[in-house]
Design a binder for this molecule. Structure first.
Ligand code: F6R
Length: 386
């Protein structure tokens, strides 16, 4: 399994080629911790998240339990959060999600599972949350905390503005978080406004933390959390001060990190044709000039002196990339013969969003164009309605 540490980050960051490799790595890490503690007769205390990110880890842990005898009977778990006012058996509650996705399929003891109770009343929330913290302390603290990161930069449901010392509490969800959850709840208006969450301070007390992010849509917030200043506007950035945190990413989520996105900014690079193209396009976008108008000074002022020296001057580099880009434009995507084109689109609108210009060009060349929409509706309709 190939993976690599990214240089120049404020949190140690490990990148895997795929999310399944990354999940497997974390599952094996959890496995060895459990086995080590089991053989010493000690419990293992895990802090757990829900969401799309940890699904692969839970799947791998279930496989390790079923095929390699991984014993969860001494494992104690604390979930990060739960939606407020959702009962445990609500299809959207994190309690139900955890049972179905993980707990029901391993030999964990029911009394060792802790998930904030979304049904408590507002008046008792403070007392309840203090009790949750006490349970964590009584279990000896969290050995390993697994986290995801939201697009607001939240960990747990610690939305922007949560302080570094915040504790387990009832909190209000950010509009971005509610919008991201809208798909699961069939509409933003159905997403709860509030949730119970462990605080940032609570999370930072874990002895070891692994935070994961997969996919291009997380790349920007990951970059800010890992390379930016520590700020309560991105609560994941507080992990910069934790002594044993690792950020684990797939390639897409690492895409905006400086060493990945513009490696020439952090040290010498080998100027391959692909990297030359990337750097020159990046420069053109950064300085807001057309490729053919880039000057030697633009290269010098943007850490591209080496490129200029090895492959310059600027005019030559601009022309080279311009010509390469021109070659990527296909003037007759449907060929030059008359005919019929059948386009398969996963969902109505994917065709227009991803190849609208091509569709217009095909029609302009007098080809007959048909679009087949391949949607069954199964993921856009509640199970009970179906
Ligand atoms: C969930 C949790 C959240 C998620 C985060 C990312 O228990 O604490 O912080 O980890 O919102 O969610 P996904 O993984 O669905 O992108």
């Amino acid at each position: 399994m190939s993976c690599q540490y990214v240089p120049h980050t404020r949190i140690p960051t490990l990148v895997f080629a795929t999310s399944s490799q990354a999940s497997q790595h974390v599952a094996v890490m959890i496995e060895s911790l459990i086995r080590q503690n089991n053989s010493a007769g000690q419990p293992t205390v895990l802090g757990l998240p829900t969401g799309s990110t940890p699904v692969g880890i839970y799947r791998d842990l279930i496989r390790l339990h079923k095929q390699a005898g991984l014993d969860f009977s001494r494992v104690i778990t604390f979930n990060l959060d739960e939606y407020f006012r959702l009962s445990a058996d609500d299809p959207h509650s994190y309690r139900r999600w955890m049972q179905e996705t993980f707990f029901d399929q391993v030999n964990i003891r029911t009394e060792n599972i802790h998930i904030p109770d979304g049904t408590i009343s507002q008046d008792t929330a403070d007392e309840y949350c203090a009790g949750y913290e006490q349970l964590i302390r009584r279990a000896g603290g969290i050995d390993l905390q697994i986290l995801g990161i939201g697009r607001t930069g939240h960990i747990g449901f610690n939305e922007p503005g949560s302080t570094r010392h915040s504790r387990t509490r009832l909190t209000t969800l950010d509009p971005v978080t509610r919008r991201d959850a809208a798909g699961d709840f069939f509409g933003e208006e159905n997403v709860p406004q509030q949730a119970l969450t462990m605080g940032v301070g609570t999370i930072l007390e874990a002895r070891k933390i692994v935070i994961l992010a997969f996919g291009e849509h997380k790349a920007e917030i990951v970059q800010r959390a890992v390379e930016g200043e520590m700020t309560d506007a991105i609560t994941a950035s507080f992990l910069q001060k934790h002594p044993d945190t690792t950020f684990i990413l797939d390639r897409a989520a690492a895409g905006e990190l400086t060493a990945v996105h513009s490696p020439w900014m952090v040290g010498p690079v080998e100027w391959t044709p692909a990297l030359i193209r990337r750097a020159v396009i990046w420069l053109s976008l950064t300085v807001g000039k057309a490729l053919l108008k880039l000057s030697d000074d633009d290269f010098r002022e943007h850490e591209l002196y080496e490129l200029l020296r090895e492959h310059g001057p600027a005019q030559r580099l601009g022309r080279r990339v311009f010509d390469e880009m021109m070659k990527t434009i296909c003037t007759h995507p449907g060929g030059t013969e008359p005919g019929t084109i059948l386009v398969f689109s996963p969902h109505p609108d994917d065709d227009v969003i991803s190849m609208g210009g091509t569709l217009i060009r095909l029609l302009g060349h007098n080809l007959r164009v048909h679009v087949a929409y391949r949607t069954s509706g199964t993921i856009a309709v509640f199970d009970h309605d179906a």
